[in-house]
Design a protein around this ligand. Structure first.
Ligand SMILES: Nc1nc2c(c(=O)[nH]1)N[C@H]1C(S)=C(S)[C@@H](COP(=O)(O)OP(=O)(O)OC[C@H]3O[C@@H](n4cnc5c(=O)[nH]c(N)nc54)[C@H](O)[C@@H]3O)O[C@H]1N2
Ligand SMILES: Nc1nc2c(c(=O)[nH]1)N[C@H]1C(S)=C(S)[C@@H](COP(=O)(O)OP(=O)(O)OC[C@H]3O[C@@H](n4cnc5c(=O)[nH]c(N)nc54)[C@H](O)[C@@H]3O)O[C@H]1N2
Ligand code: SF4
Ligand SMILES: [Mo]
Length: 740
C-alpha cells in the first residue's frame, strides 16, 4: 500500500483554502486544512464546515459522473448516459447548424459566482463569434470596478492592517458572507480599538459589533453617502493637500452636497442626523481608513451607480486612496491577465455589434472607453466581465426571437433557475431553446432543463487558479490531488474538446489546463507547478503610484482623462450621466403595512449555504431546515405574523413561501433568503426539485427599462411585495419526514 500526503484546495467559496489530502493507493481517504497556506485562519475548521464536504462529496451518489443526454420532453428531468464522444460530436454539429441558420450570436453563455476558470468558455465564445455572454456582473462587483475605474483609473481593494485607523463597511456582512481571513482581520483591528462603522438596513452579525450602525431605508444609500460628504465638506474634515493636488471637481462637489445636510438626509433615509455626523467624523478623522462596500448596494437597481460612486468620493476627499492602511489601486497582473486568456481579439467588430446590451458603460464600447485610460499603466481590465450582455435582454430574446433569435445556451457553474432574476422568464427562456448545455456537479434545476448535462471535475480533481477576475497582481490556488473520478472533466478540457470538433483547435495549443496555466505564469518566469507548491503569487502591493515619476520626470498621476481623481466624472458625463452622483428618488420603494405591503431585501447571505449550493447537505439542512424571511417584530405584528409562521411573498412577477423569523431592521422592511431548492424533491416539471416553492427570484425582475441606465444593474434589494400568512408547503412536509 502507498500512502502519500498531497496538497489540494477547497473551492466551496472563493477562497480556495489549502487542504492536505491523505492519498492511499490513488484514493483520497482523508483531508485536513493546511495551516501553512493562505488564507489559513485558526478558527476556519470550526467556522467553515464546508471543507469537509470535499471528501463527503467526492464520490457522493448524487454527483454527476458521466455525460447525460435528455430523453423525453425538455424539462422532464429524464436523461440517459452517453459517451463524451457522442455528446461532444452532437453538440458541435448542432452548434454548427444553428450558426449557419441564425448566425453565431444565437449561442449565449451563462456564468455566475466565482466557481471555476471561466476564460476557456469565453475564449470559445469569442472564437465561435458570439458576444452574448451573460453573467451577474451587473449586480455583483461591476458597479464597484467601474466606479473605481472611472474615478481612480483602476480598481481598488482595501488594505486592512495595523495601520488602519477606522473601518467602514457599507452593505456588506462579512461575519456571514466571508468565511475566512478578512472578517478575522476586521475583528482583530476592532478589538485593538479601531472604530467600526456599519451601514446596513439590518442589524446583522457584523452591524451588532459596530460602534456606529446606520440603518437606512433600502435604496436611500446615495442620500446617506452624500450626507456624509456634506458633513466632511462643511466641517472641513477633508484632506486638503490630497484634494488640491490630486482631485478635480472639488468645488462643484461642495456645491452638489450642500443639499444633503444630515437633517434633510434623516427625513429621506431614516438615519438619525447625529449618527450621520458621528459616522462622517469618525471616518474622516481616523485615517488611514478602510471603506468597503458589498452586494447590498451593488443590487440597488438605479441607485447602485450613485451610491457606489459616492463612496469613491468619500475615499477620495479623505485621502484614503492608494495609501497603506486604507486601500491600494491594483497593480496590473504580471502574469498573463484574464483578458489575454479570454482572447477578445478573436471576436470581430461585426459580431460585437450584435451584443444584446443597451447600456453605454457595461458594453464593449464602455469597456474600451475606460480601458483605454486604464491600460496606459500596463495591462487591460478583464473584458468579458465588464462587457457582458444583459441577461434580461438575452432571456427575452430566447422567448420572443426579438431582436433576433437566441437558440442555444451554454451554462457553466451557474444555476440561473435559482440565481438569475425573474425565474418564470428563465424557465420559459430555457424551455424555448433548441440546445441547452449545462456543466455542473449535480443535476441542478437548471440542468434539469438541459439537452446535455456534462459532469464537472471538482476542486480536488483539477488544478485551481483564481486571479481575481484579472484586475490584480494576485493569484492563488494549487494542483489537482487526483485525476478526475469516473468520466468527469475540468471545464477547460470540455471547452477545448468542443473547439477541436468545430475546427477551432488553433487557439487551443495546450492539451491540458496545467499547460495552459504554465502559459499564464510564463511572463513571471515560474511554472504552474512552482506556483502550486507555494499556493499563491502575490507581490506586495505598492502605494502612491500616482506620485511615481514617468520617463519625463513627472508624476504619472491617475489613469483617468484628467490624470487626477475625478470627483466630477468626465467619463460618466460623456456617457450621458451626471458629473456628480444623483440619487434617483423615484426608484425608492415604499411599504404600506396596512395593505400588507413590505419592501424586500432579497438574498442577504446566510450560512451554511452559498447561492443555490449545498442544499443537498443533510447536516446543513438539519441545522437550517427552512428558507427564512426576517423582519422586525413590529412589522410581523402589523402583518398578523409570529415567529415560525409561514408567509407567502408575492408581486406582479410571482410568489414564494418563507418561514418567518425576527431581526431588527426598519419597520416595513423584510429580508428573504435566496437560492433555496430541495434536491431530494423530484426533478423535472412541474416542481424542478422544489425550486419554484421558496425561490425569491420568482419576485425579482431584470427588464432593461427598470435597470440602472449605465451598467444595467437590476434590483434585488428594495422590491415591493405583499405578505400573507400561509401554511407550510408540502415540499417541506416531505423533506421533514424523509429527514426523520
Ligand atoms: N454564506 C454565504 N456566503 C457568501 C455567499 C453566499 O451565497 N452564502 N455568496 C458569495 C457572493 S457570490 C458574494 S457576491 C458575497 C457578497 O457578500 P456581501 O456583500 O457581504 O453580501 P451580503 O452578506 O448579502 O451583505 C449585503 C448586506 O447588504 C444589506 N442591504 C441590503 N439592501 C441594502 C440597502 O439598500 N442599503 C444598505 N445599506 N444595505 C443593504 C443586507 O442587509 C446585507 O446584510 O458573498 C459571498 N459569500
Ligand atoms: N435574489 C438574489 N439573487 C442573486 C443574488 C442575491 O443576492 N439575491 N446574488 C447574486 C450573486 S452576487 C451571485 S454571485 C449569484 C450566484 O449564483 P450562482 O453562481 O448561479 O449560484 P451558485 O449556487 O453559487 O453556483 C451555481 C452552480 O455552480 C456549480 N459549480 C460550482 N463549482 C463548479 C465548477 O468548478 N465547475 C462547474 N462547471 N460548476 C460548478 C454549483 O454546483 C452550482 O450548481 O447569484 C446572484 N443572484
Ligand atoms: S473558507 Fe471554507 S468553503 Fe471557503 S475555501 Fe475555505 S474551507 Fe472552503
Ligand atoms: Mo456574487
Amino acid at each position: 500500500m502507498t500512502i502519500e500526503m498531497r496538497k489540494g484546495n477547497c473551492s466551496y467559496c472563493g477562497y480556495l483554502c489549502g487542504l492536505n489530502a491523505t492519498v492511499e493507493n490513488g484514493r483520497i481517504v482523508d483531508i485536513a486544512p493546511d495551516p501553512t497556506r493562505y488564507p489559513y485562519d485558526a478558527s476556519i475548521s470550526s467556522r467553515c464546515r464546508r471543507w469537509r464536504m470535499n471528501l463527503d462529496d467526492l464520490d457522493a451518489p448524487d454527483r454527476l459522473n458521466y455525460p447525460l443526454r435528455r430523453v423525453g420532453e425538455r424539462g422532464s428531468g429524464k436523461f440517459e448516459r452517453v459517451t463524451w464522444d457522442e455528446a461532444l460530436d452532437d453538440i458541435a454539429s448542432r452548434l454548427e447548424s444553428l450558426r449557419n441558420e441564425y448566425g453565431a450570436r444565437t449561442l449565449a453563455s451563462a456564468i455566475a459566482g466565482p466557481h471555476t476558470t471561466y476564460w476557456p468558455l469565453h475564449r470559445f465564445m469569442n472564437q465561435f463569434g458570439s458576444p452574448n455572454n451573460m453573467g451577474i456582473g451587473q449586480i455583483c462587483w461591476d458597479p464597484r470596478i467601474f466606479m473605481d475605474a472611472i474615478t481612480f483609473g483602476w480598481p481598488t481593494d482595501p488594505d486592512l492592517n495595523d495601520q488602519t485607523q477606522c473601518i467602514m463597511l457599507w452593505a456588506t456582512n462579512p461575519a456571514v458572507s466571508d468565511n475566512s481571513l478578512f472578517w478575522s482581520q476586521i475583528k482583530a483591528r476592532h478589538a485593538a480599538g479601531v472604530p467600526l462603522v456599519v451601514v446596513d438596513c439590518r442589524a446583522t452579525a457584523t452591524a451588532r459589533q459596530a460602534d456606529v450602525h446606520l440603518a437606512p431605508w433600502p435604496g436611500t444609500d446615495p442620500v446617506l453617502a452624500l450626507s456624509l460628504l456634506n458633513v466632511i465638506v462643511e466641517e472641513e474634515l477633508f484632506d486638503r493637500a490630497f484634494v488640491n493636488t490630486w482631485c478635480v471637481g472639488f468645488s462643484g462637489l461642495c456645491e452638489h452636497v450642500r443639499a444633503y445636510a444630515p437633517e434633510r438626509a434623516q427625513a429621506l433615509c431614516g438615519v438619525p442626523a447625529d449618527d450621520i455626523r458621528k459616522a462622517a467624523r469618525l471616518y474622516a478623522t481616523h485615517t488611514p481608513g478602510v471603506l468597503l462596500s458589498g452586494r447590498g448596494i451593488d443590487q440597488l437597481g438605479p441607485n447602485a451607480e450613485p451610491t457606489v460612486r459616492s463612496l469613491c468620493l468619500l475615499r477620495a476627499i479623505t485621502g484614503n486612496v492608494d495609501r497603506p492602511g486604507a486601500c491600494f489601486l491594483h497593480q496590473r497582473s504580471s502574469f498573463r491577465a484574464e483578458a489575454a486568456m479570454e482572447r477578445p481579439d478573436l471576436l470581430s467588430e461585426e459580431n460585437r455589434a450584435w451584443q444584446l446590451n443597451t447600456t453605454p458603460l457595461q458594453s464593449y464600447s464602455g469597456y474600451n472607453l475606460v480601458n483605454d485610460y486604464a491600460k496606459q499603466f500596463g495591462s487591460s481590465l478583464p473584458e468579458r466581465y465588464l462587457s457582458s450582455a444583459h441577461p434580461g435582454m438575452v432571456m427575452r430574446a430566447m422567448v420572443t426571437g426579438e431582436p433576433y433569435p437566441i437558440r442555444a445556451l451554454f451554462v457553466m457553474g451557474a444555476n440561473p433557475v435559482l440565481t438569475y432574476a425573474n425565474t418564470k422568464l428563465v424557465l420559459k427562456a430555457l424551455q424555448s431553446l433548441d440546445l441547452c448545455i449545462v456543466v455542473d456537479y449535480r443535476l441542478t434545476p437548471t440542468a434539469q432543463l438541459a439537452d446535455y448535462v456534462l459532469p464537472a471535475a471538482g476542486a480536488l480533481e483539477r488544478p485551481n487558479c483564481q486571479i481575481h477576475g484579472g484586475v490584480a497582481d494576485f493569484a492563488y490556488g494549487g494542483a489537482a490531488v487526483i485525476p478526475p473520478l469516473h468520466e468527469r472533466r475540468n471545464d477547460y478540457d470540455i471547452m477545448r474538446e468542443l473547439a477541436l470538433r468545430l475546427g477551432m483547435g488553433a487557439e487551443w495549443p495546450h492539451a491540458t489546463l496545467e499547460e495552459e496555466l504554465d502559459y499564464l505564469f510564463e511572463p513571471v518566469g515560474i511554472t504552474f507547478e512552482q506556483f502550486a507548491n507555494e499556493g499563491m503569487f502575490a507581490p506586495a502591493p505598492t502605494f502612491r503610484k500616482h506620485e511615481q515619476r514617468n520617463e519625463h520626470g513627472e508624476p504619472q498621476g491617475f489613469a483617468t482623462p484628467s490624470g487626477k481623481v475625478e470627483l466630477a466624472s468626465s467619463l460618466i458625463e460623456q456617457l450621458g450621466g451626471s458629473a456628480y452622483p444623483q440619487p434617483i428618488s423615484q426608484s425608492i420603494p415604499q411599504a404600506d403595512l396596512a395593505a400588507g405591503k413590505v419592501v424586500l431585501i432579497t438574498g442577504a447571505r446566510s450560512q451554511p449555504f452559498w447561492g443555490s449550493s449545498y442544499f443537498h447537505n443533510q447536516d446543513f439542512r438539519q441545522r437550517r431546515p427552512y428558507p427564512r424571511v426576517t423582519m422586525a417584530p413590529t412589522t410581523a405584528r402589523a402583518l398578523g405574523l409570529v415567529e415560525g409562521d409561514w408567509a407567502r411573498l408575492s408581486n406582479k412577477n410571482g410568489s414564494a413561501v418563507f418561514n418567518v423569523a425576527f431581526q431588527d431592521m426598519p419597520e416595513g422592511v423584510a429580508s428573504a433568503e435566496y437560492g433555496w431548492w430541495l434536491p431530494e424533491a423530484p426533478p423535472g416539471a412541474p416542481g424542478f426539485s422544489g425550486s419554484l416553492t421558496s425561490n425569491i427570484n420568482m419576485l425579482t425582475d431584470n427588464g432593461i427599462e427598470g435597470c440602472e441606465p449605465l451598467i444595467g444593474t437590476w434590483t434585488y434589494n428594495g422590491i415591493e411585495a405583499l405578505v400573507e400568512k400561509t401554511s407550510r408547503p408540502i415540499e417541506f412536509d416531505r423533506a421533514s419526514s424523509s429527514n426523520a
